[in-house]
Every structure is written in C-alpha cells, then in structure tokens.
Design a protein around this ligand. Structure first.
Ligand code: UGA
Length: 337
C-alpha cells in the first residue's frame, strides 16, 4: 500500500512515517514537504520516498502523486494560535485553499482521504465533553481572527462530508486534541508565543525567560502523547471492516485534563532534574499575562476542551494509555536529555 503523506516533515507526519516505516512491512510512504528536517533520519530507507515540493505552487506534481497513491494524508497546515491572529490569510491560503485542492483531487481520483480536522472546530462549546455527532461549533465574531483556523477546518469537514455523499469519497476525519511529544515545535526559537503551550514553556525555561499564564492560566486542555495518537491513525489506515469510512473521530485523552497553571508548575518541577536547564529553572518566574497584550485584540480563548472518545473506543478499539506526567517527561527528555 502506498501512503501519500502531504506535510510529512511536520510533527504528526514525521511520527506517522516512523511507525509505518519501522513497523508495517507492506506499507510505503511517499512524503511531500518543503523541508525534510524532521524526517532526515528516514531518507535512506527503501520504503520512504521524500519529494520536496510546495503545495501552494507545485500543482502538477501534487496531482500526479495523488493519482498514483492508495491513501492520502493531508497534514500540511499551520496550527499555531499566534499565526491565526497575526496572519489569518496565511491560514486561509494554506490550511483552507491548498487543502481544498487536495480534497478535490482525492475525490477526482477516487482515493481514500484521511484528513485532520481539529479540536478547534468545537471552539467555545460549553459541553462537558465534545461529541463528534452532537456538539455545536461555537466561535466568536469576525474581528476575533483566532477563529479563522477553526472556520477553515470546519468548512473543509463539511466539504469532505458532502463529497462523501455526492461522489462517494472514502474519507476519515480525525480531530487531534493537543497532541504533544518530541519534535513538536522548535523550542530554540526565543520569540514568545511562537509555539504551542508546552513547547512555549520549555522554550521559556531554556532561554531563562518568564512563563506567561495567559489570563491567569485557569483554562484547561487535555494533552495526548504522540504515540497514542499515532496508534489511532494506524487503526484508521488499517480500517478493519471499513469501520473508519465516512467517520469523524476525536483523538484525545480526556483523563489528561489539566489547567495551564498546573501545567506550568509540573513543567517547572520536572525541569529540575535536567542538567541542561537546572540553572535556568532556579530563576524562572511564573507571571500572569493579559491575553490582549500577549496575543493581541483578535485573540479569544477556549476555556475548557475535553473530548468524548467513545466513538474511537467503540469503532476503532482505541484507548490512549500515556498519562500527563509520563507524556511531559518523555517530551522533556527529548529536548533536554
Ligand atoms: C491549539 C492549536 O490551535 C492547534 O495546535 C491545535 O489545533 C489545537 O490546539 C489542538 O491541538 O487541539 P490551543 O490549545 O489554544 O490551540 O493552543 P496553545 O497555544 O497550546 O495554548 C493552550 C493554552 O495555553 C491557551 O489557553 C493559551 O492562551 C495558553 N498559553 C499559551 C499560555 O497561557 N501561555 C503561553 O505562553 C502560551
């Protein structure tokens, strides 16, 4: 089976490729990205082919590769809240427009499409647990540009669903809930707010800066370790009895819910054991940051985000196993050991 991974050089693409190359003999990866830095270790593998290309420009190449593969993963997207507010059109052009082209090609050539939706589609939904079939999508006004990512992804979900009905497109949508692990972001970038919360805090510690709790850090997230997440994606690829066809799955770890403040405290506590950052940790301060000052006027936060994973449990027979302490330590080992 030839699996085309568009955006193979990203966090998810690189871990998915590792799992396929090392543990699934009959599967082959054709990876497309503008950079190979997170998959350089795979370049010499027979079952891995890397094609350097830009999905915003190299349309003919993209069409040829989609036509030739068996399954398409379309993982190329920007998923950083700071970019949603600073450069929303970049999100529209890459996350929406370029991906829409891929969706249409998958439909044209009758390929199975495995596509990342996002936990962000639920927005500020007040449900205790977000459910794929019943929860409403709640976003803010247009001036709150943070929601352009959520809306871009929501529209693609709806388009893919409609192709499933009209053209019988075989698709699976998965919704990551704060997946973390090695290679998540470049923590060596000192610019505040350039990455997601866990990697941002690690970067703050490494550079001896303050840890900022946006609006006090009472908001919570459920973090999922990348190995658990990849196991779900493998089950989706395997697709036993076509169980994943035309389905949407939340892929998250509800029992790992933690407030941002508690997360900061845990990360500081764990940091003390690493030689590389021991000195910096001693001087780290946790400070409150106003969201308008930190992200700008057009930011709006999600206060609580917990997935229901009943569908993934029942249909995919998937259950995450890595707890919050373990996933933080594994991630920190990668950056600091
Ligand atoms: C993220 C991103 O949109 C995507 O990576 C992804 O689609 C989605 O969540 C997901 O993985 O489920 P969010 O969780 O809001 O959104 O992004 P983070 O930047 O990781 O922020 C988490 C929380 O920490 C927010 O409440 C934010 O305000 C806070 N934060 C972030 C801080 O308190 N301090 C910081 O320095 C950075």
């Amino acid at each position: 089976m030839n699996i085309l991974i568009i955006g193979v050089g990203g966090f998810i693409g690189s871990h998915l490729s590792d799992e396929i190359i090392y543990n699934h003999e009959d599967w082959r990866v054709i990876g497309i990205d503008i950079t190979s830095s997170k998959v350089d270790h795979l370049l010499s593998k027979k079952k891995f082919k890397f094609i350097q290309a830009d999905i915003l420009k190299d349309f003919d190449l993209l069409e040829k590769q989609i036509n030739e593969c068996d399954i398409v993963f379309s993982l190329a997207a920007i998923a950083s809240p700071l970019v949603y507010v600073q450069d929303p059109l970049k999100i529209f052009e890459l996350d929406f427009e370029a991906n829409l082209r891929i969706v249409r090609l998958a439909a044209k050539y009758d390929k199975r499409l495995i596509f990342p939706s996002t936990s962000e589609v639920y927005g500020m939904c007040s449900d205790e647990e977000f459910d794929e079939e019943t929860s409403n999508f709640v976003t803010g006004p247009v001036c709150k540009q943070r929601w352009i990512y959520s809306c871009s992804k929501q529209m693609l979900d709806r388009v893919i669903y409609a192709y499933g009905i009209r053209d019988r497109l075989r698709y699976t949508l998965f919704r990551p809930f704060n997946w973390i692990g090695p290679r998540l972001d470049n923590i060596y970038n000192e610019n505040s707010g350039s990455s997601r919360v866990v990697s941002q805090f690690l970067s703050n510690i490494l550079h001896g800066g303050n840890i900022n709790l946006v609006d006090g850090g009472k908001q919570s997230r459920c973090f999922t370790y990348i190995s658990d997440a990849i196991e779900a994606l493998i089950k989706i690829i395997e697709n036993n009895d076509n169980c994943a066809d035309k389905q949407i799955f939340n892929i998250g770890t509800p029992y790992n819910e933690i407030t941002v403040k508690a997360l900061a405290n845990k990360i500081i506590e764990f940091s003390r054991k690493y030689e590389k950052i021991k000195n910096q940790v001693a001087n780290i301060k946790i400070v409150n940051a106003d969201s308008v000052e930190y992200y700008g006027q057009s930011y709006q936060d999600v206060f609580k985000r917990v997935p229901s994973i009943k569908k993934a449990q029942n249909i995919l027979k998937w259950m995450p196993v890595v707890g919050i302490d373990e996933l933080l330590i594994k991630t920190m080992d990668f950056y600091f050991k």
